[in-house]
Ligand binder design. Structure first.
Ligand code: GAL
Length: 421
């Protein structure tokens, strides 16, 4: 009996040794600690597929030309606005297995999230070495800084409050793109009477409805009160917010019936093929229209600020930083240097639909939309995006997404306000 037990224990020990050896083998064979497969620098984002990945691919290609000795891995996880990627990232960060670098929005998502949790390295030395302090707008450096330390490098500036419209549909119906809510509802009625869906929405991923809501909030409240909403000076149950929710509710009367089964690309497609006249989406939609659908700026589609937001600019900035505990921080910095260079920004942004974060990029590389947006950014009143992580912490964004999702079907303003206030 005793011998049997000893034998059994020895067997157990052997078994566990084999298991742990296998574990080590697969760890070192496939995945280096803190890095991508076979020790490659894994670049983590949610830029996959239509309209999203062209800019990233161009940036990776540029890096590989400059640093053929540093292998990269594109570790993107599909899903607009980080719908799935953010969850994957969170579990990797919690498991001390950070990607070499990852996409993160400047503002609260970075500072109140990963920086506050002590997960990011300061990049002040890189900014000094690269001479970046006066190359990025101060407002943008502020968005990626906390307590005097800079934590990431912006690759772009996207504009959130853009109304895209099908030129032919507008021309054929003798309509002008609306600048105010009043004009919007007039145009929308005229389109509806002709059997054309006035506004395309694709909120299968709920952030797209929040994206529309924030544009309506800014258009109704103005820059100051919109900002006050996020620093607590204006309460969510203020009468002004109710007016904004009224506008939002009214707009939802004009959207396609199948909105909840479409994503943002599918909704943009309705505008592209003339089934719908307008949609409200960040200017990654321009990347999709031009790169994927082969449409022409100002011929096939036009753009204007969403109702009430002329001269106002919802800022979304995608940035990349250096997580603590990665295997090869020097190589990550090499990637960040390329991403923050004029060449890097001008490889990425004309394809992505965004404008360069740097102020000294080569404007001639951008189409008319890009040129107009570069100009607008200089003079506009800037507001942080809620749907894209700058205005408030991730936890609050999730709460709003859930409440908006319910609002879209139930249209109950008080219920919405109670959920988010
Ligand atoms: C935003 C991101 C953009 C774009 C968009 C749609 O959050 O900043 O770069 O990717 O989501 O996925």
């Amino acid at each position: 009996m005793k011998m049997k037990k000893g034998f059994f224990l020895a067997l157990l020990l052997l078994f566990s040794l084999v298991i742990s050896a296998c574990g080590n083998a697969s760890t070192s064979g496939e995945k280096a600690e803190g890095g991508g497969k076979e020790g490659k620098l894994d670049i983590f984002s949610w830029w996959t597929g239509a309209g999203e990945e062209d800019g990233l691919k161009a940036l990776i290609k540029l890096f590989e030309e400059k640093h053929p000795d540093v292998p990269l891995e594109n570790a993107a996880v599909a899903g607009g606005a980080g719908t799935n990627a953010k969850a994957v990232l969170a579990s990797r960060m919690q498991g001390n297995d950070p990607p070499a670098t990852f996409q993160v929005h400047g503002g609260a998502e970075l500072n109140e999230g990963w920086v506050k949790a002590g997960k990011m390295e300061s990049l002040n030395d890189l900014y000094e070495k690269e001479g970046w302090m006066d190359k990025f707008p101060e407002s943008l450096i502020d968005l990626v800084s906390k307590d005097g330390e800079i934590y990431s490098v912006p690759v772009n500036i996207h504009r959130g409050n853009v109304l895209w419209y099908n030129k032919k549909v507008f021309e054929d119906n003798g309509l002008e793109p609306p600048a105010t809510f009043e004009e919007f509802f007039k145009v929308a009625d005229a389109l509806k009477a002709k059997g054309i869906t006035p506004l395309a929405l694709g909120d299968k991923e709920p952030w797209a409805a929040t994206h529309l809501l924030e544009a309506v909030l800014l258009g109704t409240l103005g820059t100051e009160d919109y900002g006050a909403l996020f620093n607590g000076e204006l309460k969510w149950d203020d009468a002004k917010v109710k007016t904004a929710l009224d506008n939002y509710k009214k707009m939802l009367d004009y959207v396609n019936e199948d909105h909840s089964s479409r994503n943002w690309q599918d909704a943009s497609q309705l505008v592209a093929n003339g089934e719908a006249a307008m949609n409200v989406m960040g200017d990654w939609a321009k990347g999709y229209f031009v790169n994927d659908l082969k449409l022409k700026v100002n011929e096939d589609f036009g753009y204007t600020a969403t109702p009430g937001t002329d001269g106002k600019f919802i800022v979304i900035t995608d940035t990349f930083g250096l997580p603590k505990g990665v295997d090869n921080p020097e190589n990550v910095k090499k990637f960040l240097s390329v991403l923050g260079s004029v060449e890097g920004q001008d490889a990425f942004n004309p394809l992505k639909g965004s404008i360069p974060a740097r102020t000294d990029a080569d404007v001639s590389k951008y189409d008319q939309y890009g040129k107009d947006t570069i100009e607008d950014f200089k003079s506009a009143e800037l507001s942080p995006s809620l749907a894209h992580g700058s205005a408030a912490e991730e936890g609050f964004v999730t709460k709003v997404n859930q409440a908006v999702n319910i609002f879209v079907t139930q249209k109950d303003a008080d219920q919405f306000i109670n959920a988010v206030k």
